[in-house]
Design a protein around this ligand. Sequence first.
Ligand code: ATP
Ligand code: MG
Length: 581
Amino acid sequence: MTDAIISKRSRTQLAANMPDYAATYGSFSWNTAHAMLDGMPDGHLNIAHEAIERHVADGHGAQIAMRWIAKSGARTDYTYAELSRLTNQFANVLRARQFKKGDKVYALLGRVPELYIAALGTLKAGCVFCPLFSAFGPEPIQARMEIGGANALLTSTRLYERKVAGIRASLPELNEVFTVDGATRGTTDLKPLLETASDQFETVQTSPEDTALLHFTSGTTGKPKGVVHVHQAVVAHDATGRLALDMRPGDVYWCTADPGWVTGTSYGIIAPLTNRTTMIVDEAEFDINRWYDILSTEAVNVWYTAPTAIRMLMKAGAEAIGARSFPNLRFMASVGEPLNPEAVVWGNDTFGQPFHDNWWQTETGGIMIANYAAMDVKPGSMGKPLPGIAAGIVEVIGDTVTELTAPMAMGELALRPGWPSMMRGYLNEQARYDKCFKGGWYLSGDLAMRDADGYFWFVGRADDLIKSAGHLIGPFEVESALMEHKAVAEVAVIGLPDETAGQIVKAYVALKPGHVPSDDLRLDLLGHARKRLGPAVAPKDIAFRQNLPKTRSGKIMRRLLKAREMGLPEGDISTLESDES
Ligand code: ATP
Ligand code: MG
């Protein structure tokens, strides 16, 4: 934690969508947020209608809705009117092939235009959309299709041959596989169907409580859970896009997440369109030069990314920016993992504004706690609850939940249920879902603290808390202290069993270019940590690693470091990405 505050008063306060957080928090209601949407007759609500049709009807059909950047660098623009027609065609294809309201349409595709068209066309048709990350292997794909009961799949011939053909026989509910690049044995060529389908379609009048999306969690703490979201969620997507990400109509907006993870759908498809921005979709993977090029050439106004990417940019240093400048960049935000204070300050030094950390989960469907454009930023803090969200720090003992109100008391981060994008269930896991709710709270499974000013501070996941010699130690605090050291690019901290102390703190460190592991460096790091944290909290041991194990959504898998260190089974590793250590 740091005492430095990045003040906003002089800069963005007056221009921000939410110039006065306290006033908005005090007067906000979800009903009013709902009323800002168009809606459909008789209280019906459909995400795709709010994302596209509303804007076309309002005369904004000619605005670019999506600018797609192919791996080759070629750009293709889709206006709101074009997106309307294309998604109508997809909805008509689904209807012609006998898919009906509530059927589950899965996608296993890279970030190509068809993925976005299918997502919105599926919702228009009243079907349920479930995006899968295209790098999954056959087993995770099979498990996710079985759990959700996939009826249709959209993929490419290559992905089908490699990953789906072999498991098809075990998916009796999968009636049809559409492929976007021709057909292969057992699949239907989507292109000719789309081309001959009518581009007129009347969006299905879904009720706000009709299921719209299935998303699987990142699998950081164990087997991924299938999370159910309804059309009503669009009220939160729209409001959080405006309030937490400061999106404005006409903005160029870039969310770097893949729709295979909830961020890439809530904030990579829905919120940017309901807020009528022009969204950038990049087909390629992370690349420092490419990213800086996109930010400057596309004149991005609002950029939503993640700590892992930010740390990689930091690792490359500000030199990597070269002669580029970003005069249009108005707001930068981060989600998915704790954002070290170092990274927030680096953002401020490098781009003239901090990264705004925000916190949420697949389960919450949208941003719940955030640093806002017009609010002072305390680097290392997740910010304050969104208007409409009541958050608390609680202690759970048996069935009793007590709110801890003392400043900086550590407990579980909990939310009062009732916001529009709250999950409506875990697929096939009713008991697990029920366990999330106790004493009138939704329990997040994360530990946090709230300071006297109402800012929330992430401590760690409940599973990752370290108990050492009578101290409770959150890995984030230790990791952030080590991140301050000039040699450190990334760090993960875990607790290992110890006879005397109960647990001892161990850190795994990946170094920046130009630094090599050595005993001297280890001692230097240990010394730095002791000075910053005191001997009780500082790590007792540091191991150097080339890479840290991460989920494909970029989250460090501390449980895997621990299992490996202790020789225990690795558990579900279906979402594991980089694994060379
Ligand atoms: P699983 O539930 O399968 O273990 P997961 O929790 O990583 O996976 P997600 O729903 O994608 O799956 O991630 C939500 C979690 O990510 C949060 O509960 C929290 O632990 C972490 N997280 C998200 N944003 C932040 C943030 N700004 N600061 C700290 N942690 C964050
Ligand atoms: Mg989780």
